[in-house]
Design a protein around this ligand. Structure first.
Ligand code: HEM
Length: 187
């Protein structure tokens, strides 16, 4: 919601899709979610810029060679997932919120693309991935379908505080204030 409220054209596009698919109904079903292709891109892009767990931790079980470097057994490795998501070598205009970059569907969030690891990868990949993703998808669909959103009076998009807390799991540093106006009949 923080990214969407700063980019009205993206918010509008996501909202239009949700409202087209739901077309006046009051209940959201699993079938509807399958059709929300742009919303899925919005979630992917959000997880790229704002991974909830920005650092992945590993410990080397045995001595190995990585790109010519010898990594001794027992070495603790910290993988900067946040950094990978913003690395200009992998992402054009990396700092920009642009869901369309996921349009061709070639990059997924399941740990198969090492430049994009919002749920980690391999044996220690997030076991709550499907549940976590679905929770975001259902929650966001509801917010976009039932309400129109704007910033409090006089507040500009560039004034939204985008700082996050530091730590193993991150979240917004300050609360996000927005004005919600009902736009569809509630169930
Ligand atoms: C959008 C929501 C979520 C995100 C972005 C997320 C992200 C992550 C990430 C990046 C890791 C580290 C994976 C790695 O090191 O390779 C992780 C681990 C883990 N997550 Fe999630 N997670 C989410 C939701 C959940 C939920 C809903 C649950 C439980 C119901 C959960 C349970 C766990 C557990 C238990 C681990 C540790 C796995 C291990 O070390 O073997 N997560 N998560």
């Amino acid at each position: 919601m923080s990214e969407l409220i700063r980019k009205p054209e993206t918010l509008e596009k996501a909202q239009k899709e949700v409202r087209q698919v739901l077309s006046g109904r009051t209940q959201i079903t699993e079938k509807d979610l399958e059709k929300l292709t742009y919303l899925k891109m919005v979630i992917k892009e959000t997880l790229r810029l704002h991974p909830s767990a920005p650092l992945l931790l590993r410990e080397c079980q045995e001595t190995c060679l990585v790109l010519g470097y010898k990594v001794p057994a027992g070495t603790r490795v910290i993988i900067n997932g946040y950094g990978l998501g913003r690395d200009e070598r992998y992402w054009v205009d990396a700092e920009e919120f642009k869901p369309e970059r996921f349009a061709d569907g070639s990059v997924d969030y399941r740990g198969n693309n090492f430049e994009y690891l919002p749920f980690g990868s391999g044996r220690r990949v997030c076991p709550g991935m499907n549940f976590g993703y679905a929770s975001v998808e259902v929650g966001l669909t509801h917010l976009l379908y039932y309400f129109d959103w704007k910033l409090p009076k006089g507040m500009k998009a560039e004034e939204v505080d985008m700082r996050a807390t530091a730590g193993i799991a991150t979240q917004r540093l300050s609360p996000l204030f927005m004005i919600a106006t009902p736009a569809a009949p509630l169930p």
